[in-house]
Design a protein around this ligand. Sequence first.
Ligand code: RAM
Length: 917
Amino acid sequence: MMPNKALFKNFIYALACFAIFSVVSCEKTAVLQAPQNLMLSEGFENPLGFYDDEPTFSWQLPVKDDVVGQLAYQIIAASNPDALPDNPDLWDSKKQVSEQSTWIKYEGEPLKSRQKVYWQVRYWNQNDEVSNWSAVQNFELGLLNNKDWQAKWVGLDTAKDSVRWRGKILIHKPQYLRKGFELSNDVTSARLYITAKGVFDVSVNGENVSDDVMPPGFTTYDKRIETITYDVSDLIESGQNTIGVELASGWHSGRLLWGNTPWDNTMSPKILCQLELQMKDGSKEIIISDESWKGITDGPLQFAEIYDGEIYNANLEMPNWTTNNFDDKNWTSVEAVSIDNDVKLEPKRHSTVKGKIKLTPKDVTKINGAVIFDLKQNMVGVPLVKVPMKKGDTLKIRFAEMLSPDGSFYTKNYRSAHSTDYYIAAKDGDITYMPKFTFHGFRYVELSGFDTSKNPAKDWVTGVVQYSDFDDNGTFTSSHEKLNQLQSNIVWGLRGNFFDIPTDCPQRDERLGWTGDAQVFGPTSMFNADVYKFWASWLQSVREAQLEDGAIPWTVPDARGNKIASSGWGDVCTIIPWKIYMRTGDTRILEENFKMMQHWLEYHELKSKHYISNMMSFSDWLQPYPENGDNRGDTSSKLIGTAFFAHSAKLTAQVAEVLGKPQEQAKYENLYKKVAKAFENEFFDETGKVNSVAETQTSYLLALAFDLLSDDKKENAKKLLLEKIAEADNHLRTGFLGTPLLSEVLDETGEIDLMYKLLFNETYPSWFYSINQGATTIWERWNSYSKEEGFNPMNMNSLNHYAYGAIGQWMYERIAGIAPLEAGYKVIRIAPKPRDPLTSASAELETPYGKVSSAWEVKDGTFTLNVTVPPNTRAKVIVPGAMEAVEDTEDVKTARTETGRIELLVQSGTYTFKSKL
Ligand code: RAM
């Protein structure tokens, strides 16, 4: 940056402030515009079948120039919308003087299963002027307790005639289950409560009830199974009705890697279904799954496995089987089993998976009787095929993430996942098929077995992208094409691996909730997508999966059952709650998980001697150029384990502080200090150099990022880290654990230029290297494929693995410059770090208070920064370069001026700042 005085300084802070909108708001007597974007708990809008009987309430203030902040609020809740706002029979918070507009705890009458609640909120602005009441919101609770269920688990005994995969894992045949029933009266409202030990698709009277994909999803089935609520009021008829359910193994009873789950996945899949009807005459009726249901396995879906795909035989279709117009006399009576009270039945606490995006092929190529469709984007989900066929022929649908140089399918990296769908045609002509109980990770789709007299067309295949039903939450863009591609790859990595749980990869025989991967990618995901409820839900599974000694299994839900934990992986239980808290400001995520953190620290203690860790570790997984040739890289696992022990202790102390638990805070601060001291003594010499174990980039990164060295050693450790990076020709030598710390540490040590260098490197190993090889998602390895050497010879070679996408956090927080300074973005830091080769960058983020944005551009040496700060927040804006001193106003105050930067404190609003670089 050039010296201050030599430069022209131009400062505009345009309190643009929406002057055009301010017509109504100036008068004293006028009521302010109502709060908006009302939300329940972790981000639900008017949910049905809601899980939370102690919800929290959040809202946003409108962007108006008479609304800078909130002085007070009032929430009211009633059992009937007509009672609002005057007679709130459930809760009236009364006027509460508080700035808080997020995560306010419900303190009204106790709520019960099935209860419907209506609520409204209003606020007082900074001048104590009151707003209008918000629109009335509502929620309806699901069945909160096992005792709410009268239904039984029902299904056929598919275990008895199932085959075994590799001699051990049972492969169950999909089932078709149905029940007809007669109603004596008209129905006013109907709720279908349903779940499965397996995955299901339910229809009522021939109509599909929802477009949910593979509900209920993947939880710790030995502890908790989620239930789903559907409003089927419009599908129920007076008189005769029919429910039909298709059921397949899914994660519960299907083939999972290792197959040693804590739940019994050899058990035949079952459903649990309870239809509750409110009749016109005021009476209630209930239809439950019980012995009276019937089933068959001879339906069209003959095979369905997550890893392997489906076999669908259209000759076995049973027209109208979910309607009254069907005779099930040849069907078998089901087995019925009472519910087990040890396994909690709880309403799903985040969104089901849905088909979210449709991709159309860009290229179609014929190759030896088959045809290949290229979607030009590695995606996760299923194909929707509309293909001409001849009766009796079998359509074979194969998938690949990439093609081999000879144009053939690269499927070696699917390992044992067969990942192929088959459709057997019952007639000549066009068929339509979309698999239901499997998903694939692919960019290419290959079809064979279709009517070859017809010319393949692009519209034969649509890629249906499936992931948990969340919205986008943030955007990042810049002047650099490859950086934008990297952002796109990060977002596609997220879409591909948020399939009900956070997975390592979506395509091979794994797709599991690997805790280490989740730990590193969490913050980046929070920026890009509205995934608070997704994480909160998964953390419940982490708590449930925690073992007696405090160990957190490698994957959650636990698919291995080997009762050991890995350092850096299990620490997800301290890291993710803290990082979520910083981005949401919701203390409940800390309350819910504090005990788990404490218990995890006990496991750390158990696995250490004199505070030096012996815990098993996957270590700096997939570090490039490992000297020992091992996937675990060169950094000592003891060093890694000890570093995470200290870090987890520190985070737990911070959590204790937020929760107002001074004793625990002191205890864990002390523990952190002790472990840090032991770490320093064991692994570093008196100069701050790594001692007695391999000296790696990651060993320095851990020491610095987790603050484990005494002050006199830090400087030298930083210098040695830079030397290590220089030795590697200014390239990273980090794996899963070290990579996310690179940006954190280099940023804090002021090495922004070097971080830009690493990020913009084009050669191996670097982010752009994979982009140069054609990546459209983040890869498992920096060199999963290269144009010179082809595919990495290892078959553990996922082309959709989000871990290295953790760099996203630095892109939004430092390149664009938006970071939380106080939990939940109540105070925001907007501090972009512009550097060559970028000439512009911008990001937008939906915070709990509304949209924050930062967009900068450098033109002819002038740096222009446009920022938006949402109502009820403040921001510290750090403008780089030279800027003329600013006269303080109510909205903008100068906090500090230094050579090369100025620090401003700003209120909510929209501003433009200019400086000279
Ligand atoms: C692999 C997974 C995951 C990693 C573990 C250690 O099999 O894909 O990414 O965390 O191993």
